[in-house]
Write a protein that binds this ligand. Sequence first.
Ligand code: SF4
Length: 99
Amino acid sequence: MTNSGTKLRVEDKLYQNRYLVDTGRPHIKVRPHKQPSANLLALTRVCPAKCYELNDKGQVEITADGCMECGTCRILCETSGEIEWNYPRGGFGVLFKFG
Ligand code: SF4
């Protein structure tokens, strides 16, 4: 709800965040693979920012722009080595708007 009493959708709130791209230095990388594991494939469905997609060969790719650093993909696939996950460099990445 906003102060005026109208409902605000989550998508509208997320749209108010901003993202500063660190060109050429993605903070998350997907390990090259022929076929994705079940967990890697799941990232195409569970990432709230829709950063993961299947390419035309059925492999999972990431475009980290818009990542909200929620850590879901890190929990599912970092330990297995399927992704490499780091926080963006200082000053880059998501800029949350609060309030
Ligand atoms: S940290 Fe969250 S928002 Fe970022 S790519 Fe992983 S699942 Fe998506």
